[in-house]
Design a protein around this ligand. Structure first.
Ligand SMILES: Cc1cc2nc3c(=O)[nH]c(=O)nc-3n(C[C@H](O)[C@H](O)[C@H](O)COP(=O)(O)OP(=O)(O)OC[C@H]3O[C@@H](n4cnc5c(N)ncnc54)[C@H](O)[C@@H]3O)c2cc1C
Length: 439
C-alpha cells in the first residue's frame, strides 16, 4: 500500500517557514511596493531575496546542478501552493513566470556558452526575461500559425514580426522569441527560438497592453516600468548574431514542449494558494459579520457557499497533486501526465474564480472595493482561463488522451440484452435452483 498523503518532515519544516515568511513578510512587502518603479522595487525586494537564498530555498524548480532545490514536482507543488498566496512571493523565491519556464528551457536547450551568458544570470536573479510567442493577428491556440520571420543573413539572424502579451518585456533584459525559420517545413518544424535583448536595434516596445488587471496602460508608448505588464512588440529588421538561436532552426516547438514540462502545474498550484487565501477571507467574514441577528456563517445560503468552496478547493488541490505525482513517476510527456496536466489547467482557474467570487459576495460592498485584495484576485484569475492556453484547448487534450487507442464497437459493451444473455450462461442454472429451493 503506497498511497500516502503525508509530507516528508524535512520538507514540512521548509513549508512551515515559507508559510510564515509569505504571510508575515511578503504580503506586507507587496503592499509596500505600491507606486514604485521596477528599480525601486528591486532595491526594496533584494534583502528578502538574499534571506531566501541564505536559507537555500531559492529557485526550487531547478535541479541542484543548476542551482535549484530539485526536489521533484510533488514538493514543488506544495511549495507553490504557499507561494501562490502572494503574487510577489514567486519573485522573492526566484521561481516567477516567465523566468522559471525560460530557465527550464535554457537548461535543456542551450549550449554551455549560452547558459553562461543567459541562464546563470537568470538563476542568480540578476536579469529578467520574457517569452514572446503570441501574435495579435494569429491564433495563439495554434502557434504553428505564427508569422514572425527569422531569416539568416551572413552572420546574423534577421527577425521581422509582431508579438504581443510578451509578459514583462518592458522591464526584462532579454526575451526568447519564437520565429519561423522555414515556412515550407512541416508545421512543427517551422520555427526556432532566439534570444533577443529587449533594448536592441529593431525591437520596438509599442506599449504594455491595457488589460483587466492593468486597465490604465493603453496608449502607444505607455510602458508600466514594473513587472506585470504584457508588452506589444514590433520586430523590424532586428539582427542578432547566429549564436543567439537556442537549438537548431526548426526545433522551436520541441523546445517549447520542454519549456512547458513540469512547470505547467506550478501556475495551477499557485492558484490553489490564492484560492486558499480567498477561502480564509470568506470564513473570517462569515464569523465576523452578522445580519438578522446572527453571523453570516449561520445563514444556510452562506453555509452552502462555504461547503461548496471547501469541496471544490480540495478536489482541485488533489487533482494538482495527482498531476505532480504522475509527472514525478513518468515525466511530463506521457499520456497520463498530459491528461492530468490538461485537467488541472481548466479545473483550477475556474475553481479559483468561483471561490474568489463567493468571498467577494460574502464581504458585500467591501468585497468589491479596493480596500480588499479580492477584486484584484478576481481580475487576475480571469486571465488564467486564457493565459496558459484557453480552457477549450485543454479540454480537447483531455478528450483526445481519453479517446486515444479506443476502438469502435458494433454494440455497446454494457448493452443489457447481451449482458443478460451472458448472465444466463454463467448463472442460469444456479438462479433456477434458487428459484425452486429458496422461498
Ligand atoms: C495575462 C496573460 C499573459 C500572457 N503571457 C504571455 C507570454 O508571456 N508570452 C506569450 O507568448 N503569450 C502570452 N499570453 C498569450 C496566451 O498564451 C494566449 O492568449 C493564448 O494562447 C490564447 O491565444 P489567443 O489569445 O490568440 O486566442 P485564440 O487562439 O485566438 O483563441 C480565442 C478563443 O477561441 C477559443 N478556442 C481556441 N482554440 C479552440 C479550440 N481548439 N476549440 C474550441 N475553441 C477554441 C477559446 O475560447 C479561446 O479563448 C498571455 C495571455 C494573457 C491573457
Amino acid at each position: 500500500m503506497s498511497w500516502d498523503f503525508s509530507t516528508d518532515p524535512e520538507l514540512q519544516l521548509q513549508l512551515d517557514w515559507t508559510r510564515r515568511y509569505v504571510d508575515e513578510v511578503i504580503l506586507p512587502l507587496e503592499v509596500a511596493g505600491e507606486g514604485l518603479n521596477q528599480r525601486q522595487l528591486d532595491a526594496l525586494w533584494q534583502p528578502c531575496k538574499d534571506e531566501v537564498k541564505a536559507r537555500g530555498f531559492w529557485a526550487p524548480h531547478l535541479p541542484p546542478e543548476h542551482g535549484g532545490g530539485g526536489k521533484g514536482q510533488m514538493a514543488l507543488a506544495l511549495i507553490h501552493e504557499i507561494l501562490g498566496r502572494s503574487v510577489l512571493a514567486p519573485e522573492i523565491f526566484g521561481c516567477q513566470a516567465p523566468d522559471s519556464g525560460n530557465a527550464e528551457l535554457l537548461a535543456v536547450g542551450a549550449t554551455p556558452a549560452q547558459r553562461e551568458r543567459w541562464l546563470y544570470p537568470l538563476l542568480a536573479g540578476t536579469v529578467r526575461s520574457t517569452f514572446a510567442l503570441t501574435e495579435p493577428h494569429n491564433s495563439g491556440s495554434d502557434p504553428t500559425g505564427i508569422t514572425t520571420r527569422c531569416v539568416r543573413d551572413g552572420d546574423d539572424w534577421v527577425i521581422d514580426g509582431h508579438k504581443w502579451f510578451a509578459s514583462n518585456a518592458s522591464v526584462s533584459d532579454f526575451m526568447i522569441v519564437m520565429a519561423v525559420t522555414n515556412p515550407e517545413a512541416a508545421p512543427h518544424r517551422r520555427a526556432a527560438m532566439l534570444v533577443v535583448p529587449c533594448r536592441h536595434p529593431g525591437v520596438r516596445l509599442l506599449r504594455d497592453v491595457g488589460t483587466m488587471h492593468h486597465p490604465e496602460a493603453v496608449a502607444e508608448g505607455a510602458l508600466m516600468d514594473r513587472i506585470g505588464g504584457h508588452t506589444e512588440i514590433l520586430f523590424e529588421n532586428c539582427r542578432v548574431p547566429l549564436d543567439h538561436m537556442i537549438g537548431q532552426p526548426g526545433e522551436g516547438f520541441v523546445l517549447a514542449q520542454k519549456r512547458l514540462g513540469g512547470g505547467r502545474i506550478h501556475h495551477a498550484m499557485r492558484c490553489i494558494g490564492q484560492a486558499n487565501r480567498a477561502f480564509e477571507m470568506l470564513l473570517e467574514r462569515a464569523v465576523s459579520r452578522s445580519t438578522r441577528g446572527k453571523p453570516l456563517g449561520q445563514q444556510q445560503l452562506v453555509q452552502d457557499m462555504i461547503a461548496e468552496s471547501c469541496a471544490e478547493l480540495e478536489m482541485a488541490r488533489l487533482l494538482v497533486l495527482r498531476a505532480a505525482w504522475t509527472i514525478d513517476r513518468e515525466g511530463a510527456h506521457g499520456h497520463a501526465a498530459r491528461r492530468d496536466i490538461a485537467l488541472v489547467k481548466f479545473v483550477v482557474p475556474r475553481t479559483l474564480l468561483a471561490i474568489v467570487d463567493r468571498a467577494i459576495q460574502v464581504h458585500g460592498a467591501l468585497g468589491y472595493t479596493t480596500d480588499m485584495p479580492l477584486e484584484e484576485m478576481y481580475r487576475m484569475a480571469r486571465a488564467l482561463r486564457i493565459a496558459d492556453g484557453a480552457d477549450e484547448v485543454h479540454k480537447q487534450t483531455v478528450a483526445r488522451e481519453l479517446l486515444a487507442g479506443r476502438q469502435p464497437v458494433a454494440e455497446p459493451t454494457d448493452y443489457l440484452p447481451s449482458l443478460r444473455r451472458r448472465a444466463r450462461e454463467l448463472f442460469g442454472a444456479r438462479v433456477a435452483q434458487i428459484r425452486q429451493g429458496v422461498r
